[in-house]
Design a protein around this ligand. Sequence first.
Ligand code: HEM
Length: 294
Amino acid sequence: MEGMAAILYEDRLGCLENEIPQKSQDYIAALHLMFSSFKMTMYAGAIPKWLRTIIPRPWEEFCSSWDGLFSFSQIHVDKRLGEIQDLVSRGEEVKGGLLTHMLVTREMNLEEIYANMTEMLLAGVDTTSFTLSWACYLLARHPEVQQEIYEEVTRTLGHGTIPTADDVPRLPLIRGLVKETLRMFPVLPGNGRVTQDDLVVGGYFIPKGTQLALCHYSTSMDQDNFPGADDFRPDRWIRKDATDRVDNFGSIPFGYGIRSCIGRRIAELEMHLALTQLILSINQPAVFPDRKQP
Ligand code: HEM
């Protein structure tokens, strides 16, 4: 959350401080309510409007958590807007990232900017943190893989280095680790599309306008797509040479096409760097040669 907010709001939230500021704490509570009431969200969507007066709770909780998230974004967007206005009034140059760009170009109105910032922060927090948790879990369960990655990272970067984006292409196993983690534990269980044309897929006729649901988990654990699909093998994603293609449509955790995940590059970079740092912080390689993996 701290990382995503630094990118999106161009500001720090203080989540890594000993005393977390109250506003950030309130946001965490709203986010928690949002996810803990995810079941409620399903009900909120399923309950027709006329029934909301009789069963009001899911809809009320849904709205109140969104209000909490929006007001948090509003505080940060308004703060940056104020800073930009100050710079402009002093005749100084305005420099910044995505939010600054949105505020300066005004291709979106303020309401739309609040909404985009809220959506992106919401989409960027649990996705990356859950994937990092699964990656740590998988490394802990497979010390031999952990050792292999440890050797790659320390050989390439050496101890005491702070990895940067430029180092990532030199760490194929770290990239494989993230891909393999998302193959085995895709954050979003599925994806949806509505067909734009009549199609024939796998011998089935699918008329235009059909709503399709794709289950990531079933395709990414399918033996036909990934031989030894139950095995945790980050090295399956390493290219053997320049002609080798390891792209595999059996695993598309970020979706595909024009509506695929807009945060993919940020998410991948954040996870690559966090895992590299974590591996570098290991003082002693964790190899237990005698231990059989369950
Ligand atoms: C492990 C990390 C992440 C995973 C696995 C993930 C996965 C996905 C998936 C599957 C979709 C739907 C794509 C499709 O329909 O083809 C999506 C959409 C989206 N994601 Fe992510 N995401 C991640 C991180 C992020 C981050 C960090 C951000 C924020 C910058 C973000 C923002 C979005 C947005 C805004 C959309 C909607 C895009 C649109 O509808 O055009 N995601 N994500």
